[in-house]
Design a binder for this molecule. Sequence first.
Ligand SMILES: Nc1ncnc2c1ncn2[C@@H]1O[C@H](COP(=O)(O)OP(=O)(O)OP(=O)(O)O)[C@@H](O)[C@H]1O
Length: 326
Amino acid sequence: MTAQPLLEVQNLRIDLAIGNARFPAVQDVSFTIEKGETLGLVGESGCGKSITALALIGLLRPPLSLAGGTIRFNGKDIQNLSSAEMRKLRGNRISMIFQEPMTALNPLSPVGRQIAEMFVLHKGATWKEAERHAIEALASVRVPAPDRRVKDYPHQLSGGMRQRVMIAIALACGPDLLLADEPTTALDVTVQAEILDLIRELSAAKGTAVLMISHDLGLIANMCRRVGVMYAGRIVEHRAAEDIFRTPSHPYTKGLVASLPLLGARAQHGQKRLQEIEGVVPPVADFPVGCRFNPRCYAATDVCHVDDPAVTELRHGGYVRCHHHD
Ligand SMILES: Nc1ncnc2c1ncn2[C@@H]1O[C@H](COP(=O)(O)OP(=O)(O)OP(=O)(O)O)[C@@H](O)[C@H]1O
């Protein structure tokens, strides 16, 4: 018998309302995350990664709404929880960090207080105990002089330090799952690597599973064992990270792999990129008929303009949605 996954998402659908019409911004999205595993979701801007994560913790707001599917966390359906039940889960068992911590931090409250709140809210600690925990939490994300920094307001900290504070808040209660939505995109390259190392190290030490969301396939492949590639609201390929690189199956995945900066020999010759995928992800209300990737696909034929491709299981594990997959 296989162990029950920590998170099981099946046929998730998120609708975007425009006037009286509803459009499926995310459709038929299914994935699982095992306890302690880091799963990657990768794809260009606008393909539905962030709203998928927001749906998991009940944070979709109009014009977006959860329109179908099941979300099971630790074996329990959580898609219909009341807001009070969801608040108990959020920050405690599932937490989220965002691209720009400034939008998630309260600018008017010292960062120590914002960390301490988690211990008071979810663990029943007194404020005095919680303040001590806040200093320890800041130390654990390697903020120097944490006993002084707890008194700082978010604007007094650098972007990297703010993201460390967000991680301290997110991990304060020892959640089972961390949703990390482009956690390093807004940071300098050197700081990016430090923050990724921190997430990797702390999640491994605490056994926290991570849903790592990024437009950067290189980053995702580095952090994750399995990867879901999203395009226009769908997972178009779901594979082990090493297979995505070695034998990408969907034309979109192939494009992502081909557009990665090259390592090794070719890079030494000054050739940085092989090719870009031309075009952009269409807006939700304009998803094409048939395969949603067809306007950008070099392999598209008549069937791709008519029929939405079904899921095909791949021989060595994973699946792809393409009429002409390898
Ligand atoms: N509040 C909103 N109102 C209208 N449309 C929205 C809203 N939020 C998201 N969308 C649309 O839903 C689609 C998916 O957005 P989402 O933010 O999940 O994409 P993403 O892949 O995470 O990209 P990014 O990294 O740019 O956030 C996009 O077409 C986006 O324009």
